[in-house]
Design a protein around this ligand. Structure first.
Ligand SMILES: [Cu+2]
Length: 178
């Protein structure tokens, strides 16, 4: 604002205020510009996000290696028990999304869950299973599917543009009659 006063003190005062205001407007615009450029840079250069290969930390409670997550991801560990190695990636569950996971009713299943990129939420609808899939970390949970039917794995942790389509299928087949 140009001052209309003729008082020299007031004129100096307004001139000084103007310099400060211009400086602060410049600083705030510069901050917005830097953040905007940084955001665009990250989207362009890192959208395939972070870990190209999940590194699995050694943990005695979760005896799983990266190799367990390759291949079918399902291992029979006993007459009626299975280990399932679930890898979440944007935007699929392996096994589950491309190929449904098929298990017999009554089987005791231990899920080992990790992520190959960002945080995902591993939830199996209609069950109490709900854990976070974290890159580099393996979570595990055990469950017995008593009722035959189709169960869905959903991602309950927002993970990007395809999050709502990140669905896997588990088919529990009928128990063989003894
Ligand atoms: Cu997800």
């Amino acid at each position: 604002m140009h001052s209309t006063t003729s008082d020299p003190f007031e004129q100096r005062f307004h001139a000084a205020a103007q310099r400060h205001e211009r400086a602060w407007v410049f600083i705030s615009v510069a901050m917005i510009a830097v953040l905007f450029i940084a955001a665009v840079y990250l989207v362009v250069h890192d959208y395939g996000v972070v870990a190209k290969t999940a590194r699995i930390y050694a943990d005695p409670n979760t005896p799983a290696t990266l190799a367990d997550f390759q291949g079918s991801g399902v291992k029979q560990t006993g007459p009626n028990s299975y280990s399932v190695y679930e890898m979440g990636r944007i935007w699929s569950w392996t096994p589950g999304t491309a190929t449904p996971l098929t298990l017999p009713a009554g089987a005791h299943v231990t899920f080992y869950v990790t992520s190959g990129d960002v945080l995902h939420g591993f939830e199996i609808q209609g069950t109490s299973i709900n854990l976070t899939a974290i890159p580099g970390v393996v979570g595990h949970v055990s469950y017995t599917f008593d009722k035959p039917g189709t169960y869905y794995i959903i991602c309950n942790e927002y993970c990007g543009a395809g999050h709502q389509a990140m669905i896997g299928k588990i088919i529990i087949t009928g128990r063989a009659k003894a």
